[in-house]
Design a protein around this ligand. Structure first.
Ligand SMILES: Nc1nc2c(c(=O)[nH]1)N[C@H]1C(S)=C(S)[C@@H](COP(=O)(O)O)O[C@H]1N2
Ligand SMILES: [Mo]
Length: 411
């Protein structure tokens, strides 16, 4: 393809011409300036015993939800608009805690496994890390992510960090839950498991054993290093595809029983109130969902011409099989390319080349998973569930591009 050597003129814009990716042309004998950093010795390795991002990337940070954030039980969102690929760096993994992040000495930490087991056991971290381990790449999403149920609570200035940032993805390493439970010996009647955290909230959830036996991990590492305190150091339960709150952090107790424990987090919280007044309880799976991260709402206007549309798709039920993108508000759809690897219960990056010719546009993405489930529209979701529920919003979101290139959330 021959790329014409010219800038994007106002005339070209008005004519709605196809605009290539381009940079200003330079003379054949053009020379590069020699900046100070090319003329001097750089920083010593001794200055980075633990590396940090470039100081020029300082705006790429987690941002708390709520203004001001509730100091005792808070969350901070991942800056999805500034990330690439599918792995979220450990310092940017979203945080959701019900009583802050405890500082736990791993040498003093214990995990008690009891209830309906043959042999109650008390594990140290040293005992846990001696088991054969597994590493798997999975997303984690808070069920309260994407609070777009009630129009009056939506702020049109929200970015994708605000609407979707209670979502991250990492490589988690740990011991399969099945291995540890086999050590204790699961009694025949045991069908539910209580998981309890060691934080001030002593977060507790009941988990149906059959649904997680093949995939649950007692995780101690995240993207290659021991997990961060905010993510549950030294040990967390990790349940791929399940709502975030069931992946109990700072895990200190597993108790088996023949029924759910009906803890506060599954009676007063984390249930979904339906239009007929009944409530859905134990809604574990995070259903098929996607969002465009580039471009997405930002104070910086889009430049006309070529750019790549890219975003993330995921499903707690399995693998993503397709993502369609619309640039005209859902009138027409195109299939996006899925970046490999496409893994189950994992973020999948999708991409579509796009030329923005300057007029208004409306960007949408719609994901499908390998159970055949298709991401619903917001209207369809509300028709089915009403607007009383705070959790499990997986509807299609719309980014409105106006003629000046400003991108904003639209309902
Ligand atoms: N012990 C404990 N575990 C917890 C929580 C908590 O407050 N305490 N928060 C839960 C919620 S609501 C979510 S969404 C995830 C968040 O995990 P992250 O902070 O590692 O992103 O942890 C879950 N596990
Ligand atoms: Mo959550």
């Amino acid at each position: 393809m021959k790329i014409p050597k010219r800038g994007i003129g106002r005339r070209g814009l008005l004519a709605g011409a196809v605009l290539p990716v381009t940079a200003p042309p330079v003379a054949e004998n053009a020379e590069l300036a020699t900046p100070p950093w090319t003329r001097s010795q750089g920083a010593s390795v001794l200055e980075s015993p633990y590396g940090r991002p470039s100081p020029f990337e300082g705006r790429v940070i987690r941002r708390p939800r709520g203004n001001p954030p509730v100091p005792t039980a808070a969350s901070a969102n991942t800056p999805l608009q500034d990330l690439h690929g599918i792995i979220v760096p450990n310092g940017l993994h979203y945080i959701r805690d019900h009583a802050g992040t405890p500082t736990i000495d791993p040498d003093q930490h214990r995990l008690l496994v009891h209830g309906e087991v043959e042999r109650p056991l008390l594990f140290s971290m040293d005992d846990i890390t001696r088991f054969p381990s597994v590493s798997r790449i999975h997303f984690l999403e808070c069920s309260g992510n994407t609070p777009l149920w009630q129009a009056e609570q939506v702020n049109p200035r929200w970015t994708v960090q605000d609407t979707h940032g209670l979502l991250s993805c990492a490589e988690w390493t740990g011991v399969p839950l099945a291995t540890v439970l086999a050590e204790a010996g699961v009694k025949p009647g045991a069908t539910w498991m209580l998981a309890e955290g060691a934080d001030g909230a002593a977060m507790t959830r009941s988990i149906p054993l059959a649904a997680v036996m093949d995939r649950a991990i007692l995780a101690y590492a995240q993207n290659g290093e021991r997990m961060r305190p905010e993510q549950g150091y030294p040990l967390r339960l990790f349940l791929p595809g399940f709502e975030g709150n069931t992946s109990v952090k700072w895990l200190r107790r597993l108790k088996l029983a023949d029924a759910p424990f009906e803890t506060r987090e599954e009676t007063s919280k984390y249930t979904g109130l339906l239009p007929d007044g009944s409530a859905r309880q134990f809604v574990f799976i995070m259903e098929v969902k996607s969002v465009i991260t580039h471009p997405s709402p930002s104070p910086t206007a889009l430049r006309p011409g070529f750019r790549e549309i890219s975003g993330l798709a995921w499903s707690g039920n399995g693998r993503i099989t397709g993502v369609e993108v619309s640039t005209d508000g859902g009138g027409t759809w195109q299939s996006a390319v899925l970046q490999t690897p496409v893994l189950p219960q994992c973020l999948t990056r999708f991409r579509l080349p796009w030329t923005w010719s300057g007029g208004p546009a409306r960007l949408l993405s719609r994901a499908t998973d390998d159970t055949g489930a298709v991401q619903p529209t917001r209207d369809a979701l509300i028709a089915a569930r009403g607007t009383n529920s705070d959790y499990h919003f997986n509807g299609i979101v719309k980014w409105q591009v106006d003629a000046s290139g400003q991108v904003q959330l639209a309902l």
